[in-house]
Design a protein around this ligand. Structure first.
Ligand code: MN
Length: 201
C-alpha cells in the first residue's frame, strides 16, 4: 500500500501570523506531497511497501538515499503538522512539564537549548525534542534525517520537531531563522506533544 499525504488537521491560514498561509500551502501540498510521491516511487515493488514509515526509518541504512531523503521527509512532516495548531503555544503541563523540568532544569532552559539547536543546524535540517533512554533530550539532524534513523548521531523517539529548511520560513521571515523559531513557540500543540511523550515512555 502506497504512502499518502496526510490531511492537514487545520486550515492553511490557521497558524497566522506566526506561520503564513502561503508557506503552509506550499509546504504541505507541494513539498510534503513530493516526499510522499518520491518515497512511493523509490520503494515500488520492494518489501518496504509492507512496512510503516517508522520501521523504514529505524533501518534506513539498508535503503538507498532516495528512501532516506523522502522517507525521512514524509515522517518528519507528518509529525510536524500535528505538533502545531491554532490557539496553541503556552507551556506544557502535567507529566511532560515535570519531565522537561527534570531534564533541562526549567521550561525556559529547554526553550534556550531547543532554539539553539534550531539556529545552529547548518543549512537544511530539523531540531528535535526526543525521548532517549527514558529521558528527554534536544538534538538536531541534517536534511530529512530524524532521530528514529539508525544513522542518526543522537537516536531517540521524536516528540516535537521544527523544520528549519528555508522552505519552512523564507516567504515570511527571509533569512531570519531565529525569528521563525521564536514564533514557533506560539503554535506548539502541547497536547499532541504530551500524547507522543506518553507513548514514547
Ligand atoms: Mn519542510
Amino acid at each position: 500500500m502506497a504512502f499518502e499525504l496526510p490531511k492537514l488537521p487545520y486550515a492553511y491560514n490557521a497558524l497566522e501570523p506566526h506561520v503564513d498561509a502561503k508557506t503552509m500551502e506550499i509546504h504541505h501540498s507541494k513539498h510534503h506531497q513530493a516526499y510522499v510521491t518520491n518515497l512511493n516511487n523509490a520503494i515500488a515493488g520492494t518489501d518496504a511497501e509492507k512496512l510503516s514509515i517508522e520501521e523504514i526509518c529505524k533501518n534506513i541504512s539498508k535503503y538507498p538515499m532516495p528512501v532516506r531523503n523522502n522517507g525521512g521527509g514524509h515522517f518528519n512532516h507528518s509529525l510536524f503538522w500535528t505538533v502545531m495548531g491554532p490557539n496553541a503555544g503556552g507551556e506544557p503541563t502535567g507529566d511532560l512539564a515535570a519531565a522537561i523540568n527534570s531534564a533541562f532544569g526549567s521550561f525556559s532552559e529547554f526553550k534556550t537549548q531547543f532554539a539553539a539547536a534550531a539556529a545552529t543546524r547548518f543549512g537544511s535540517g530539523w531540531a528535535w525534542l526526543i525521548m532517549k533512554d527514558g529521558k528527554l533530550a534536544v538534538s538536531s539532524t541534517p536534511n530529512q534525517d530524524n532521530p528514529l534513523m539508525d544513522v542518526a548521531e543522537v537516536k531517540g523517539t521524536p516528540i516535537l520537531g521544527i523544520d528549519v529548511w528555508e522552505h519552512a520560513y523564507y516567504l515570511n521571515y527571509q533569512n531570519r531563522r531565529p525569528d521563525y523559531v521564536a514564533a514557533f513557540w506560539n503554535v506548539i500543540n502541547w497536547a499532541e506533544v504530551a500524547k507522543r511523550f506518553s507513548a514514547a515512555k
